[in-house]
Write a protein that binds this ligand. Sequence first.
Ligand code: FES
Length: 164
Amino acid sequence: MADKITLTITRRRLTEILIGLVSLFLTAGVAAAILKYLWPQTESAGTTSEVKIASVDEVPAGSAKNFVFNGKAAVLLHMPAGFRAFGRVCTHLGCISYWKSDESVIYCPCHIGKYDPNTGAVLSGPPPSPLPAIDIAVREGVVYALKWKDPDYVRSISFYAGAA
Ligand code: FES
């Protein structure tokens, strides 16, 4: 014959258990956020996150096409030496730069920063460092963005947080 088991729990004890469970879940969530911050995902760093930018015909010599790469504004340039691609987020204060064909520079309008369209190097103005370059490939008449040329450099630029 089965004995009847009676479980008595006070309201105070039930409240303590519920508060304990809520605290446990909150603590686990905070711990997960801290761990994610300390060990960020690096799946795009140095790996291929290929993006189709344009067909070769869309970007004749001397012109450019804007696109988005890893969530950041970027530009494909067709220079005399070939195609080049860079992030467009200015390394000074994060404004969006653009191709300025009349001066043949990548131009940031916020503080008149100018970048070399062949290398991304700073030509003039306050930007402290070059625009990050993007490796590209041309296959069957289509230009693809492959990956940041230097993911460590991209990670070092605060305005590119999460892009590499
Ligand atoms: S934000 Fe580009 S030059 Fe200042």
